[in-house]
Ligand binder design. Structure first.
Ligand code: ZN
Length: 600
């Protein structure tokens, strides 16, 4: 571990790593982009190539390439290490790959994931060679799914009966309550014992972004008890969260990144069939409607989304809600319409070319719904116009971009042949609804974290942060300028400062094992860089400029500390007076005069 991290860092450039997720543009000595971790319109996310660190001035996220990958992929340090090591061509010893490796290099076994991996292999075997090869496998083949696709998506089969999986896993040394924790078995009501959750079903494993199994969606097997729910899913577990789980994301993410957009379909079979037809940027929300969290994940890979649902009542409702969510995230959202009412799976397997055309011709969602509403009412009548406008209004309200909203308001008015002014009443009502629903959270989200922080922190802390930031960029400043005792003492309370003294400047961040500390260090460093570059009046070399700023800050800190000491002392004297503690008052006054006489 100790040698792997620096090895990976030396082979990779943070600009390339971050650049594979975001479009970075060069700006002076930095690279910048709109932050992927908070919503913003002008870029405050910076990457510093020289320092190999990033920092967002908006939301405060920051750190090195490992911090970035952990944050954007939603994975732990071990997975980030594996991912970046693979990319750098650095061998990670196999024993490091099992278990959960924390940033401190502590490894603990990851039993839950082991169990799910083993279970998936068990299910796969049952489909290919076991019971499943008689009914489930022929069914899948008949639907046109190739063996290669089955292998890619690790489709399997769970045996009928109540205890097959339970007994198999227990025989491998796992406890039933461990199996329950990952959602594979259900505790019997009242009596002791457990039974299998998935029985006589085709199993579709759901993975996280790096391909580890987190749960299953399982379809009732052909010829099985059809009165059962057609699909059942893993319940919420420590590993599986349906509001974040995306079926096919591991297989699709590269393609999504390449084309910049996702195709969202309804079910597992649709995803597999689309991939098989070469449409690899396809995923599905699994066991739930599309959520904002799903979109946050997809948006990292590309800003476009094409919704491809059955246009029955439920599908249309899902498309409408998905559109509202995606517009709120300023994603470009369109609707794929198939002329014949087929589902995605059949279309992909029967006529992939026609499907590709349909995807290419997807209609921008606002246009799609405007058409739909205009067909629904008689828009030659004022009443019809009003109905269309009020049905369409929630879409306009959901749009976060003013340009989009103005454009589609114009479209609405020209379609209805009414002046935009006439629409205002209808649209405003909807805006008010939205303000009531979303207003609070939107305002809260926009609050400037730094400003709030600054107003609550002491001036001396602010100056201290600037000093430490400068030292991170140039530890040699400590040799150039002697720190007064009081300043040194005060700074020594800060762990980043003590690390700098022990190890030197920028490289010190490599030794931080704590993400929060890394983030703070990155923030201080970037703030200091900004501060120095904005500081006019120092017309020297950068090093000299830093020195000037540093000296100035140190003397500021001296006077701030002194001021704060005086304020505290004055308050203490007041308190002693109030309490009638003459002795204490005298002692404090003596200290006060000692302090003030030292002045100058
Ligand atoms: Zn940010």
């Amino acid at each position: 571990m100790d040698s792997i991290v620096p090895e990976v860092k030396s082979r990779l450039n943070i600009v390339d790593v971050v650049g594979s997720y975001l479009r970075l543009t060069k700006s002076g000595t930095h690279w910048k982009a709109c932050c992927p971790f908070h919503n913003e319109k002008s870029p405050s996310f910076m990457v510093n190539e020289e320092r190999q660190m990033f920092h967002c001035f908006g939301c405060g996220k920051g750190g090195d390439m490992f911090s970035f990958v952990q944050e954007i992929e939603g994975i732990d340090f071990r997975e980030a290490l594996k991912l970046l090591a693979d990319r750098a061509g650095v061998e990670v010893p196999e024993h490091r790959r099992t278990g959960i490796l924390t940033q401190d290099g502590v490894e603990r076994p990851d039993r839950g994931r082991e169990i799910l991996e083993l279970t998936t292999k068990f299910f796969e075997k049952q489909l290919r060679e076991g019971e499943g090869s008689k009914t489930a496998l022929p069914y899948l083949r008949k639907r046109g799914i190739s063996d290669e696709s089955l292998a890619t998506f690790r489709v399997g089969y769970s045996l009928p009966g109540w205890r097959h999986l339970n007994d198999f896993l227990v025989s491998r040394g796992y406890d039933p309550d461990e199996l329950e924790e990952v959602g594979l078995v259900i505790a019997k009501d009242g009596r002791a014992g457990y039974y299998d959750r998935f029985r006589d079903r085709i199993t579709f494993p759901i993975t996280d972004i790096v391909g580890r199994i987190i749960g299953y969606s399982a379809r009732v097997a052909p010829g099985s008890d059809e009165s059962q729910a057609k699909y059942i899913n893993t319940p919420e577990t420590p590993l599986y969260h349906k509001s974040r789980a995306i079926y096919g994301i591991f297989q699709a993410k590269q393609a999504i990144k390449e084309v910049g957009e996702t195709i969202l379909v309804e079910g597992q079979m649709d995803v597999i069939a689309c991939h098989q037809a070469g449409i690899r940027n396809t995923v599905a929300a699994s066991g739930t409607a599309l959520t904002g969290e799903h979109l946050d994940i997809l948006k990292r890979y590309g800003n476009g989304i094409r919704l491809f649902f059955d246009m029955d009542g439920a599908g249309q409702e899902a498309a409408w809600k998905g559109t509202l969510l995606a517009l709120g995230k300023e994603m470009s959202v369109s609707i794929v319409v198939l002329t014949e009412g087929k589902d995605a799976a059949d279309a992909a397997l029967e006529n992939p070319e026609a499907l590709r055309v349909a995807i290419r011709n997807a209609v921008p969602a606002p246009e799609f719904f405007l058409n739909r509403f205009a067909d629904r009412y008689d828009i030659s009548l004022p009443e019809g116009k009003k109905m269309v406008a009020s049905d369409f209004a929630p879409l306009l309200s959901a749009m976060n971009s003013d340009i989009d909203r103005n454009y589609w308001r114009q479209q609405l008015s020209s379609r209805l042949r009414v002046e935009e002014r006439a629409l205002i009443g209808v649209l405003r009502r909807s805006d008010e609804d939205r303000a009531r629903d979303f207003g609070r959270t939107r305002v809260e989200a926009k609050e400037d974290v730094r400003a709030v922080g600054a107003s609550f922190s002491r001036r001396s802390d602010t100056v201290r942060d600037s000093i430490i930031g400068l030292l991170l960029s140039e530890a040699n400043l400590l040799k150039d300028i002697r720190l007064p005792e009081a300043v040194r003492e005060y700074l020594s309370l800060d762990p980043i400062y003590t690390a700098i003294v022990a190890k030197g400047g920028v490289s010190v961040t490599d030794s931080f094992s704590d993400e929060a500390m890394k983030r703070r260090a990155a923030g201080l460093l970037f703030e200091a860089d900004k501060f120095v570059s904005e500081e006019k009046g120092y017309d020297f070399e950068l090093r000299e400029r830093r020195k000037g700023v540093f000296a100035e800050l140190v003397s500021q800190l001296v006077s701030e500390l002194r001021k704060e000491q005086l304020t505290t002392l004055a308050a203490d004297i007041e308190e002693a007076k109030r309490n009638g503690d003459k002795k204490k008052e005298q002692e404090l006054l003596g200290r006060l005069s000692g302090m003030t006489s030292k002045r100058g």
